[in-house]
Design a protein around this ligand. Structure first.
Ligand SMILES: NC(=O)c1ccc[n+]([C@@H]2O[C@H](COP(=O)([O-])OP(=O)(O)OC[C@H]3O[C@@H](n4cnc5c(N)ncnc54)[C@H](O)[C@@H]3O)[C@@H](O)[C@H]2O)c1
Length: 382
């Protein structure tokens, strides 16, 4: 087994999640390749030095280009804001490095296509941070659907809501600017919902959507005035899956009280499965079987029967957390590199997800139904 040199760019929310994942993946799984935490990049240099010490990296730099071309770095983790993903990922692939990039892959669909093509041409491994599809509860829902537990899938209803932009007095950030963030709630949150809907019901064939920007301007943090919010706070789509099933997808970053309500229901001809990320260790299932008077929703708590839960903990109901999903993602990516297998979701899978969020925005802007050009069938996890 080869040892893999890691280069991490960014030390914010996701930088820390990647660092924690690299720090524990070998201890949790035991069969992943050895890793070396070679080089960490952030700006300014003091921040890079401080975080390299905190995360256990050997060296630090404020120059991402130097990190990407460093001969001891085999894998580049990109956890910078969205507007840097394309340039960094293309440079890393060109330098022969495997790439684990945070979602969304790119600001525009054209850029996402470019990146997926570059990844395919390179023969290198890629992974995109759609971490919620790594949840053992999610894989179990996929297995139950495949095994016919709720019959034929006829309807999907999904929401992904947070309230980080609900307060009109919250400061303006890069997330409100098209050139920095691309899409708003769709690029930040909606893409996660799409990744789950895709894994449960397959690709979307067409959709019709609407969206709105609730708070048109926000105060600048330095007190010098207000700046425009250029992207959407909410979006909702009615979708038709390739399978024929119908569905609705809705997202808001201005939904008071919702902290990470990434929730969905899959309706089948014989029952229903429900999930809510705010209770990420549970599935609810209703099956139309047995005496009518005793029918009702059953709660399934994740445990050792739901791989890879037991790699973290031998006892059921003790619960995994958000950062554990990143450890599972890291294990899949490192094993894909070591065994020369496909990682999921890679750049081409992410492109299929992101076609859907861009189609939602296009439909809302043009006020018409949009048909999606569906790519090759993609693997799911179970
Ligand atoms: N997978 C998920 O669940 C999830 C959750 C949150 C964010 N994200 C994604 O992660 C990415 C980062 O978001 P975040 O919330 O971690 O942002 P953040 O602002 O917390 O962190 C961004 C980091 O990038 C660094 N950075 C910026 N410019 C740099 C440069 N030129 N060189 C080196 N470092 C630079 C910043 O200093 C900071 O450390 C975004 O694309 C976001 O959509 C994913």
């Amino acid at each position: 087994m080869k040892s893999v040199g890691i280069g991490l760019i960014g030390t914010g929310f996701m930088g820390k999640a990647h660092a924690l994942a690299y720090g524990s993946v070998n201890a949790v799984f035991g069969d992943t390749p050895d890793i070396r935490l070679e080089l960490l990049c952030d700006t300014p240099t003091d921040q890079a030095n401080k975080m390299a010490r905190q995360f256990g990296f050997s060296r630090a730099t404020d120059d991402w280009r130097g990190l990407i071309t460093d001969p001891k770095v085999d894998v580049v983790s990109i956890t910078t804001p969205n507007n840097m993903h394309r340039e960094l990922a293309l440079a890393a692939l060109a330098a022969g490095k495997h790439v684990w990039c945070e979602k969304p892959l790119a600001l525009t669909l054209e850029d996402a296509k470019l990146m997926a093509r570059a990844a395919a041409d390179s023969g290198l491994k890629t992974m995109v941070g759609y971490n919620y599809v790594r949840n053992p509860a999610f894989s179990h829902a996929q297995r139950m659907i495949k095994d016919g537990a709720i019959g034929e899938i006829v309807h999907f209803r999904g929401w992904v809501d947070e309230d980080y932009q609900a307060d009109p007095n919250t400061d303006w950030t890069w997330r409100a600017r098209l050139a920095d963030a691309g899409l708003g709630a769709l690029g930040d949150l909606g893409c996660h919902l799409v990744s789950m809907a895709h894994g449960l019901c397959g690709p979307v064939q067409s959709l019709v959507a609407d969206m709105q920007t609730i708070h048109k301007t926000r105060p600048l943090s330095d007190g010098t005035g207000r700046a425009a919010v250029e992207n959407e706070d909410t979006a909702t789509a009615l979708v038709r899956f390739v399978s024929g099933a119908q569905g609705s997808l809705s997202t808001s970053r201005s939904a008071w009280g919702r902290k990470n309500r990434l929730a969905w229901e899959v309706h089948g001809t014989r029952g229903m499965i429900c999930f809510d990320q705010e209770r990420m260790n549970e599935l609810q299932i209703y099956q139309n079987s047995g005496p009518k008077g005793e029918q009702g929703f059953k709660t399934i708590l994740t445990g050792p029967e739901h791989a890879p839960y037991s790699n973290f903990c031998p006892a059921p109901g003790h619960q995994l957390g958000f950062n554990d999903l990143k450890v599972i993602e890291a294990a899949d990516f490192l094993n894909a590199i070591n065994n020369d297998t496909a990682a999921y979701p890679d750049f081409s899978n992410a492109l299929e997800f992101e076609k859907q969020i861009h189609a939602i925005a296009e439909s809302a802007q043009l006020d018409k139904r949009v048909v999606i050009e569906v790519g090759a069938e993609i693997q799911t996890i179970c």
